[in-house]
Design a protein around this ligand. Structure first.
Ligand SMILES: CCCCCCCCCCCCCCCC(=O)SCCNC(=O)CCNC(=O)[C@H](O)C(C)(C)COP(=O)(O)OP(=O)(O)OC[C@H]1O[C@@H](n2cnc3c(N)ncnc32)[C@H](O)[C@@H]1OP(=O)(O)O
Length: 194
């Protein structure tokens, strides 16, 4: 990290993140948390369809192919879409800690333009935890997992309870989720870690 706002710097008494004993094994694909999620859901035709894998420790990797629907400038990915890819990858870290958290702050650096059809190789990790604040970073590389960094982000996610979604989501979608057995498995994964 460099030149970051104070809010993105963990305080001195922050602690290292803890991988949950039931976290997906390294290399395992972390499935979509919601079919209609713009970042990972299979039910969104123009979505990112991000495929995320668990890594070692509290780390994930992901791939995202930029498609025509993701353009900003002609032939280039929209910056907001790239921020979404970083945000979604960071959000997937929830599955390694089994702590449910939402983005509080996301600061993004755009280093290289990303053409349509490029595969963005993402990785993200939690660097520190302080109370409900989860400090994390992500990078997106092009030309391969070891290629040059095209985008990167530092973020603070804030731990929330399931009520955050139940109380704030549109009732129709909440009702549908709570009556879907597959979706309930996602909810239960977090209920075991209150
Ligand atoms: C039935 C449903 C099934 C659901 C199944 C599971 C679904 C799993 C979905 C996962 C999805 C992931 C997808 C990708 C990640 C998104 O995109 S998440 C969506 C984007 N983010 C949001 O919508 C969040 C909107 N913001 C909020 O709701 C509220 O501001 C927050 C973030 C919950 C915080 O509110 P709050 O709980 O009142 O927090 P508060 O007590 O004021 O502060 C707590 C601490 O956090 C710090 N803090 C608060 N806000 C910030 C901030 N913006 N920046 C820095 N620090 C902050 C405070 O300073 C405080 O620090 P301490 O004083 O403790 O040191």
């Amino acid at each position: 990290m460099s030149g970051r706002t104070t809010a993105l710097t963990p305080p001195a008494d922050a602690r290292p993140p803890v991988r949950h004993p039931e976290a997906p094994a390294p290399g395992e694909v972390i499935g979509a948390h919601y079919d209609n999620c713009f970042g990972c859901g299979g039910g969104v035709p123009h979505g990112l369809h991000l495929e995320v894998r668990a890594g070692e420790g509290v780390r994930v990797t992901a791939e995202f192919r930029v498609r025509e629907a993701h353009q900003g400038a002609p032939g280039l990915a929209h910056g907001g879409v790239l921020a979404t890819a970083l945000d979604e990858t960071l959000g997937s870290l929830n599955w390694l800690t089994r702590v449910i958290a939402v983005t509080g702050r996301l600061e993004t650096d755009y280093v290289l333009p990303v053409p349509v059809d490029t595969v963005l190789h993402l990785d993200a990790e939690v660097s520190a935890v302080h109370g409900r604040k989860i400090y994390c970073t992500a990078t997106g590389r092009i030309g391969g997992p070891e290629g040059p960094v095209a985008v990167r982000a530092d973020a603070v996610f804030i731990e929330v309870k399931l009520e955050h979604f139940v109380n704030n989501g549109r009732p129709a979608e909440i009702k549908a989720v709570l009556s879907d057995p597959d979706q309930l498995k996602v909810v239960r994964a977090f209920e075991v870690n209150p």
